[in-house]
Design a protein around this ligand. Structure first.
Ligand SMILES: Cc1ncc(C[n+]2csc(CCOP(=O)(O)OP(=O)(O)O)c2C)c(N)n1
Length: 318
């Protein structure tokens, strides 16, 4: 378990450090892309992605920094895309909201709420038809479950017994609107439970717990050929879009945030490593290797060229 917990910690640290550096450098105006930050949700991204195999595929939303890095570990590509550079896989034309790295298993993300869900179900159908054994995991927020396409996609996946994981990263808000103003029902998971799929829901920020639950869920899927719905709560630390806190905006309180911060996923995992006998120096070494990696990627991205003017409209929908 020690080895596993170190691996999980390294992945969460990579995500957290990358975003801390986005916060630090964003004001230089080199990263010309809106930022929907993942801070607070690292345990979900890392726990679920670590339970998947390399060949499995994931889809996400505009808030996909954590899942992109957890799945691909490709920090060089990540920052090249943030800085809009030609060296990125999407040549800087996607930005933070539209990342894609099929070889790394990250199939795509989109700024349109819930729009990746039917695409993921389609990919899962293709995998089932070709019997390649790949699972598809699609990540979305609680707001996306208020879209009709979520229910149609869930229905199709259950009907066709597709190997797809639906992962609801539930922060309770759609931009500034709380669930109580959006939903005419008490419990999403109660409703999803009526479908022919497995449902796992847990209020935890412990990455190891999320990893184990996902593994259990994948076992259930393979035993029964039914989809899996995972539901995890988390707290979005920063504003909906941007790199700042927004506790002055009036729709939520700083006190609530501070309560969640006590069980911050990265902090929790660090404490777990200490409790398992890994000393502070060893952990600091892990952290400094990651920081160095992130800083190198940023330098590389800053120095990289933009794509040529005559290439600007290639490979994009206009
Ligand atoms: C189809 C569609 N409707 C509205 C929007 C505007 N919008 C952008 S993000 C968002 C909230 C979505 O909340 P949630 O799915 O919970 O994701 P979170 O931002 O909390 O991760 C809305 C309504 C959009 N991008 N797409």
């Amino acid at each position: 378990m020690k080895g596993l917990n170190i691996e999980l910690y390294k992945k969460m640290c990579l995500v957290r450090k990358a975003e801390e550096m986005i916060q630090y450098y964003y004001s230089e105006d080199g990263m010309k892309t809106p930022m929907h930050m993942s801070m607070g949700e690292e345990a979900i991204a890392v726990g679920v992605c670590h339970a998947l195999k390399a060949k499995d595929q994931i889809f996400g939303t505009y808030r996909s920094h954590a899942i992109y890095l957890a799945k691909t570990q490709n920090i060089n590509d990540f920052f090249a895309e943030m800085y809009g550079k030609d060296t990125a896989l999407l040549k800087g034309k996607g930005g933070s909201m539209h990342m894609c790295n099929p070889d790394g298993g990250f199939m795509g993300s989109s700024g349109i709420v819930a729009s990746a869900i039917p695409v993921a179900v389609g990919a899962s159908f293709a995998n089932k038809m070709s019997k390649n054994g790949k699972y598809v995991a699609v990540f979305f927020g609680d707001g996306a479950t208020n879209e009709g396409v979520f229910w149609e996609s869930l229905n199709a996946a259950c009907l066709m017994k597709l190997p797809v994981l639906f992962i609801c990263e539930d922060n309770g808000f759609a931009v500034h609107t709380p669930k109580s103003e959006r939903e005419g029902y008490e419990s999403l998971t109660d409703i999803v439970s009526k479908f022919n799929c497995h449902v796992i829901s847990e209020e935890t920020t412990d990455v190891e717990v999320i990893y184990n639950l996902t593994q259990d869920g994948i076992k259930l899927m393979s035993d029964t050929s039914m989809p899996l719905f995972l539901h995890f709560r988390y707290y979005r630390y920063l504003e909906h879009v941007g790199i700042c806190e927004d506790y002055e905006a009036g729709y939520r309180s700083r006190e609530e945030y501070l309560k969640w911060l006590e069980r911050d996923p990265v902090k929790l995992q660090r404490e777990k490593l200490l409790a398992s006998g890994i000393n502070d120096m060893e952990i600091k070494n892990i952290e400094s290797v990651i920081t160095e990696k992130v800083m190198k990627s940023i330098t590389k991205a800053k120095e990289a060229p933009f794509c040529r003017n005559d290439e600007l409209f290639e490979g994009v929908l206009v």
